[in-house]
Design a protein around this ligand. Structure first.
Ligand code: HEM
Length: 400
C-alpha cells in the first residue's frame, strides 16, 4: 500500500523520526512492520485510547519491543511491566513513599545539586548539558531518595546507560534486555542491589528504601506481609533507571531547543514564570520516552484491519505529541502553548515520577538561565544516545 518504513532500532530514523511519523499518521495510522513483526499507532486519539485500554494492550510481558519478543521473565515489583491487580498493588505501595513531604523536600536539594555542578563552570566559556548537568542532578536526586551512598551513584547510572545502548541499528537479543529503561532488574546487578538492601536493613535511614522495607501490605493472595527482596530489588532497579535516563534527556532537549529557538529563550529570560510551561512544551515537542510497546491480549481492529491476539503494538506517544489533529501548528515549538501531551504516559502507567521530573526540569532550566541567559550548542561535538527506549542527547556541549 505504501513504502513507509519505521523501526525503533534504526539510528538514522531515530535522529529525526518526525517525517516518517507524520507519514504514518497520515497514510498508515495503523502501521505494520514485517521485519520485526510489530504494529504501531501514531495518532494522538489512538495512542491515548490504547494507553488507557490495559485489558487489550498489556504491559505484563514488558513495554519494550525487544523485551516482549525475547520472552524474558519479568521480575515482580517492576510496575512498568505489570497489569492489575499486581500493578495496582505495587504502584500503590510506591506511591505511598512518593509522598508530598518527600517531593516538597526535593526542590532545594535539586537546586543545590545544580549549583554544585554549574558554579565551577562559570567563566569557563562552555559546558555540556548532559555531562555537567543532565547526567548529574537527576542521579543525585534519585540517589538521595533511595538513600544510595554518593560513591555508588555514578556506577549505577553508568551501568544502566551501558545496558541501554544499542550496538547497531538492529533489534538487540534477549541477553541485553534486562536493564532497558530499568525495565529489567536494572543492570547494576541483582547482587549489588541485594547487598544494598541487606545493608539498609541494618542501617535504617529516612529514605524511600527504608520505608519500603518496613511497609506492610496485603498481597494478591490476601496475605499481609512485607515486600520480599526480589520485589525491593525490582523497585530500586526501576526507579534508578526510570528516574535517571529520561530526565537526563529532558534536560538535554531543553538545552538544544532553546538554542534552536533563541526567541523562545529570550521570552523566558524576560518572563521567568514561563519556565514550567517551557518544560511542558519541551516534553511535548521532543518526548524523551517516545515509544511504549504492548502485548495484544485479544483481537482488535483499527482502520478496517484486524490485529491478532499475541501481536506487539507500539504506541508512539512521540508521534502523537506532534499530531496536527490535536495541536494547531504542531511542529512549532511554543513555550506559551500550555497543551496536554502523552510524553509522561497516560492511564494506569502514567509516570509515577511526573512531579519529580517536572521539578527537576524546571530547576535545571532556572539554574542554567540564572548563570547564562544565552548559549550556542556545539553541533560538531554533540552526540545522540543510541537506545530504543529513550531518545535524546548523550552529549550536548555548548559555548557561552
Ligand atoms: C522527563 C522525565 C520522564 C519521562 C519523559 C518519563 C516518562 C514515562 C512514561 C512515558 C511512562 C509510562 C510508560 C508506559 O506507559 O509503559 C512512565 C512511567 C513511569 N515513570 Fe517516568 N518519566 C520521567 C521521569 C521519571 C522519574 C524522575 C521517575 C521516578 C523517580 C519516574 C518513574 C516512573 C515509574 C515508576 C513509572 C511506571 C508507572 C507505572 O507503570 O505505573 N519517571 N514514565
Amino acid at each position: 500500500m505504501n513504502d513507509i518504513y519505521y523501526d525503533p532500532f534504526d539510528f538514522e530514523i531515530d535522529a529525526n523520526p518526525y517525517p516518517v511519523w507524520k507519514r504514518m499518521r497520515d497514510d498508515a495510522p495503523l502501521y505494520r512492520n514485517e521485519k520485526y513483526d510489530f504494529w504501531a499507532l501514531t495518532r494522538f486519539a489512538d495512542v491515548k485510547a490504547a494507553l488507557h485500554d490495559w485489558r487489550t494492550y498489556s504491559s505484563a510481558r514488558g513495554s519494550v519491543l525487544e523485551v516482549i519478543k525475547s520472552g524474558v521473565e519479568i521480575p515482580r515489583g517492576n510496575i512498568l511491566f505489570e497489569d492489575p491487580p499486581a500493578h495496582d498493588l505495587h504502584r500503590g505501595l510506591l506511591a505511598r513513599v512518593f509522598s508530598p513531604r518527600r517531593m516538597a523536600a526535593i526542590e532545594p536539594e535539586a537546586r543545590a545539586y545544580c549549583a554544585r555542578s554549574l558554579d565551577p563552570l562559570v567563566g569557563k566559556g562552555g559546558f555540556d548539558f548532559i555531562a555537567d548537568l543532565g547526567s548529574q542532578m537527576p542521579m543525585r536526586v534519585i540517589g538521595m531518595l533511595l538513600g544510595i551512598p554518593e560513591q555508588d551513584q555514578e556506577a549505577i547510572r553508568d551501568q544502566i546507560d551501558a545496558g541501554m545502548n544499542l550496538d547497531a541499528g538492529e533489534m538487540p537479543d534477549a541477553e541485553g534486555q534486562r536493564a532497558r529503561h530499568g525495565r529489567g532488574a536494572g543492570s547494576f546487578g541483582v547482587d549489588a542491589y541485594a547487598d544494598y538492601i541487606a545493608w539498609r536493613r541494618e542501617n535504617p535511614a529516612d529514605d524511600l528504601i527504608t520505608e519500603l522495607i518496613n511497609a506492610r501490605f496485603v498481597d494478591e493472595s490476601g496475605v499481609e506481609r512485607n515486600l520480599a527482596d526480589d520485589e525491593l530489588i525490582a523497585y530500586i532497579g526501576l526507579l534508578s533507571a526510570a528516574g535517571n535516563e529520561t530526565t537526563t534527556r529532558l534536560i538535554g532537549w531543553l538545552g538544544y531547543l532553546l538554542d534552536k529557538y533563541p526567541e523562545q529563550r529570550q521570552l523566558l529570560v524576560e518572563n521567568p514564570q514561563l519556565v514550567a510551561s517551557a518544560v511542558e512544551e519541551a516534553l511535548r515537542f521532543e518526548a524523551p520516552s517516545p515509544v511504549q510497546a504492548r502485548y495484544v491480549m485479544q483481537d482488535v481492529e483499527h482502520y478496517g484491519t484486524r490485529v491478532p491476539e499475541g501481536s506487539v503494538m507500539l504506541l508512539i506517544n512521540g508521534a502523537a505529541s506532534r499530531d496536527e489533529r490535536e495541536y494547531a501548528d504542531a511542529d512549532r515549538f511554543d513555550i506559551r502553548r500550555e497543551a496536554n501531551h502523552l510524553s509522561l504516559g497516560y492511564g494506569i502507567h502514567f509516570c509515577l515520577g511526573n512531579a519529580l521530573a517536572r521539578i527537576e526540569g524546571r530547576v535545571a532550566l532556572e539554574e542554567v538561565l540564572k548563570r547564562w541567559p544565552e548559549w550556542q550548542v556545539d553541533h560538531n561535538n554533540a552526540k545522540m544516545a543510541r537506545t530504543s527506549t529513550v531518545r535524546g542527547w548523550e552529549s550536548l556541549p555548548a559555548f557561552i
